[in-house]
Design a protein around this ligand. Structure first.
Ligand SMILES: Cc1ncc(COP(=O)(O)O)c(C=O)c1O
Length: 396
């Protein structure tokens, strides 16, 4: 791709959406792993990463796993989701949220987003539970399918948080467990507490594009010692007697490696700096873009202290999918690594046959949303390019 600078045509690389920042102690800690031989799924860095992440978010326990999806799968299993159960989940999320339910041989029930918060709508969740479900002998059943509804998997997206207090209250009322998908919300606070610490279990992702990375990894956090112990057991092949290879159930090889944890520990040392940088990027976008051509900037729902992991805007309400796609194509062609939000899950092929409860706003958000480069290392001049290109493209 080329651009003109002072009469010279030069190649321009795409300004990345969310590139990792790896200039801290990553090398030092990785070398320590290699020097000491701790490279596999145990060792001081794994223990340290678990306890430091748990301490950072204010949870009693952390269980490090190979990725966030594995954390969600184990999270659902340890709270008792069984084959044939249903789990309520946001329709506007990355597909991993629903896939983790499928891995349990359970069924997602997709929920709409509230257009004001972009997150799971607690009013619709209540309406579904009150009108479509019944509680019998301390368990909740979907009247339409006769299946047990066992859990809610609310997703905190983009470095914001859902109204998790209302979701947890409803879950208690209807005898449901809560597994928070906080893959994108490490460091986000809701009413003073960290996202991921409200439910029975919370799960973070440390994929390369997340606010901190371990090169791929995840962390399940919980205040329950027994759930943490079960998660550790299930994610290390459910070893009852490691010497005699006795296993009571079919577990998973899901633990995080020491090499991943070493990178994670180095990254965690800088998380507050990373959050500050993301917030500065967000306020530049906000100042430059609010009010522009019907554009809606990122909301900050009541009680949320955002990290702005991925700054996202909405095109005007009458925008078509084709126009939004065209805008992203033009931005990409001009060096801006913009992306759409995820396709709504309920109308993707693996999930079309699942129940989707009165979904309208998730689909509109998908149609209108554009995520913009928000890397911690985003340079001021590149940020200016992103803003200018978006302005030009929308006004063309
Ligand atoms: C909302 C959400 N849930 C789950 C995941 C899965 O995490 P991982 O990629 O670490 O498996 C991701 C991101 O990748 C995500 O964005």
């Amino acid at each position: 791709m080329s651009f003109d600078q002072g009469g010279q045509t030069r190649l321009r690389e795409l300004i990345p959406l969310n590139a990792p920042e790896l200039s801290g102690n990553e090398w030092t800690y990785l070398k320590e792993c290699l020097d000491t031989g701790w490279v596999s799924a145990a060792g001081p860095f794994v223990d340290r990463f678990e306890s430091e992440v748990a301490a950072y978010v204010g949870a009693r326990n952390g269980v490090a796993v190979g990725n966030g999806t594995a954390g969600l799968h184990v999270g659902l299993r340890i709270v008792g989701v069984e084959p044939g159960d249903e789990v309520i989940v946001s329709s506007l999320s990355f597909i991993a949220s629903a896939n983790a339910i499928t891995y349990c041989h359970a069924f997602p029930v997709f929920m709409d987003a509230d257009p004001a918060t972009w997150h799971i709508d607690p009013v619709k969740v209540r309406s579904f539970l009150q009108n479509e479900c019944e509680v019998r002998s301390g368990q909740c059943f979907n009247k339409r399918t006769s299946r047990r509804v066992k859990a809610i998997l609310p997703v905190h997206i983009l470095g914001l948080a859902c109204e998790i207090d209302r979701i947890v209250d409803m879950a208690r009322e209807f005898h449901l467990k809560v597994v928070e998908d906080a893959a994108e919300a490490m460091g986000v606070r809701y009413r003073g507490l960290h996202a991921g610490t409200f439910g029975d279990v919370g799960v973070f992702s440390f994929n390369g594009n997340k606010i901190i990375t371990s090169g791929g990894g995840g962390m399940l956090v919980t205040d329950s010692d027994s759930l943490a112990e079960y998660a550790r057991y299930l994610s290390t092949q459910a070893k009852d007697d490691p010497v005699e290879y006795i296993h009571r159930e079919a577990g998973f090889n899901y633990r995080m490696s020491s090499l991943q944890a070493a990178v994670g520990v180095a990254q965690l040392e800088r998380i507050d700096e990373f959050i500050a940088k993301k917030r500065a990027i967000a306020s530049s976008y906000e100042a430059a873009l609010s009010g522009l051509d019907g554009l809606t900037t990122m909301p900050v729902p009541d009680g949320v202290e955002p990290t702005y992991w991925l700054y996202t805007v909405l095109m005007s309400n009458d925008t078509t999918l084709e126009r939004r796609r065209e805008v992203i194509r033009i931005l990409n062609a001009n060096g801006v690594g913009a992306r759409p939000l995820w396709h709504t899950l309920h109308d993707l092929p693996p999930y079309q046959s699942c129940q989707a409860y009165e979904i309208e706003h998730s689909s509109a958000l998908y149609r209108r949303a554009i995520s913009l480069p928000t890397s911690v290392g985003l340079r001021d001049e590149d940020l200016a390019v992103c803003i200018e290109q978006l302005r030009k493209t929308l006004q063309a």
